[in-house]
Design a protein around this ligand. Structure first.
Ligand code: ASP
Length: 415
């Protein structure tokens, strides 16, 4: 028993249960924000996230550049690229399709009393981004001085620079020492991650207490059906679509799959950040699930910023929900535009809390829906973000496992 309690996974589960339980009690008792228990849980959560962020930039930079450069040794380099991107598009499209079907069945927002939201709408400042602007800014910000981007913690430009560096390392002659140096630096950063994971139970409990204790429960009830559809759809994708895909394409043992996934999924759930979860998912996938380092180092960091199944589903469902709320009829073409924009918005959202909320604006604008309606979604976003981030991370891990299996199989058949 004592040994089981010592296991980090068991500690994490207890931490999550206590976190949600204590948070719910504090919420019901209406404990003031400045109470010392909330202060302490807030502090524990903030320090944990700060520790994860501390290693994030070196980790992303090193794992992508090492991941790409070690594709040099792979006869299958081209396949890894193609399969990874093919998988990203496929899994996000599947998530969006799941969400669309559910919205059509349950019709959240149809016949709702809009006056419920008048005050929220009135106090909300409408953001002014449009699709053209968004794409322009997005593309321009991809290419930056890497040192400045690292110092400012901007993940996307760091990802792009690391890919370029990795490709250059593949093609440059006599750079084996530099590649080895980068590989060793990555090992050291991964060790740091393992140290940080030792305090994860405290951090996760702190984050969940603060999150649950400070939410407005009354609002959840009003938006219940919409939240139900998003949560059910996201979980369906995570519990049914992704595992079936994995079973069919890579024949993975699902029992050990769920056991191994606990740690990254709980971290994703409590931090609401794919990027902050990256250290944990890399550690799990390489050290527990046996995925090749070059595959994991390529698929996971890229997936954490690009591949977001839960976010894509959320963006599409939310746009249709808003259309129902304001009584706007959407033609099939409009709905297809929403699907495409939901995918672009998910790709464009960085792996940080509530990022999907910001890129939501372009999805709404693409079919002329009022962007002010974001005000309705904002108060419930933190709760929904927990679930969608968890499935975002699961989608990345499934990608790493599938690509790893396919590469292994094609190498075997080539041998
Ligand atoms: N929080 C999500 C993530 O990190 C992004 C989002 O807001 O949808 O994956």
């Amino acid at each position: 028993m004592l040994n089981r309690l010592k296991s980090l996974n068991v500690q994490l589960i207890f931490a999550a249960i206590f976190g949600v339980g204590i948070g719910a009690i504090l919420n019901v008792k209406d404990v003031p924000q400045e109470a010392s228990i909330l202060y302490l849980s807030g502090l524990a959560g903030t320090v944990f996230v700060a520790l994860l962020k501390m290693v994030l930039i070196p980790l992303v930079f090193l794992s992508i550049s090492v991941g790409v450069s070690s594709l040099k040794a792979h006869v299958n380099m081209g396949k890894i690229w193609r399969w990874t991107f093919g998988y990203f598009v496929f899994s996000m499209a599947l998530a969006i399709a799941t969400g669309m079907v559910l919205v059509h069945i349950f019709k959240p927002g149809v016949g709702a009393d809009l006056s419920l939201f008048t005050s929220a709408m009135a106090s909300h400042q409408s953001p002014t981004a449009d699709v053209g602007n968004f794409l322009h800014t997005f593309i321009v910000t991809l290419f930056q001085n890497p040192i400045a981007a690292m110092a400012e913690g901007k993940i996307f430009p760091v990802v792009i620079f690391a890919i370029f560096l990795g490709v250059a390392l593949i093609h440059a002659p006599n750079v084996e020492r530099l590649i080895t140096l980068l590989q060793e630096a990555l090992e050291v950063v991964m060790k740091l991650v393992q140290f940080i994971m030792r305090v994860a139970p405290i951090g996760i409990m702190g984050l969940l207490i603060t999150l649950v204790a400070t939410q407005n429960m009354a609002l959840f009830q009003q938006l219940g059906l919409f939240m139900g559809v998003v949560i059910f759809g996201t979980l369906f994708h995570g519990f049914v679509n992704l595992p079936i895909f994995l079973k069919l394409t890579a024949n993975i043992n699902l029992f050990s799959y769920w056991g191994d996934l606990q740690r990254p999924l709980l971290t994703a759930f409590s931090t609401s950040s794919s990027s902050a979860t990256l250290p944990t998912s890399l550690d799990t996938v390489q050290n527990r699930m046996g995925v090749d380092k070059s595959v994991a180092g390529f698929v996971l960091p890229l997936g954490a910023t690009v591949n977001m199944d839960g976010t894509a589903l959320y963006e599409a469902v939310a746009a249709l929900f808003i259309a129902n709320l304001v009584g706007m009829h959407l033609s099939l073409t409009h709905q297809l535009v929403i699907c495409a924009m939901a995918m672009v918005a998910a790709v464009g959202a960085p792996g940080i809390p509530s990022a999907g909320m910001v890129t939501m604006i372009m999805v709404l604008q693409s079919v002329g829906l009022p962007v002010e309606a974001v005000a309705i979604l904002l108060p419930i976003d933190r709760i929904l973000d927990t679930v969608r981030t968890t499935v975002n991370v699961e989608g990345d891990i499934v990608g790493a496992l599938a690509v790893n299996k396919w590469i292994g199989a094609s190498e075997k058949s080539a041998a």
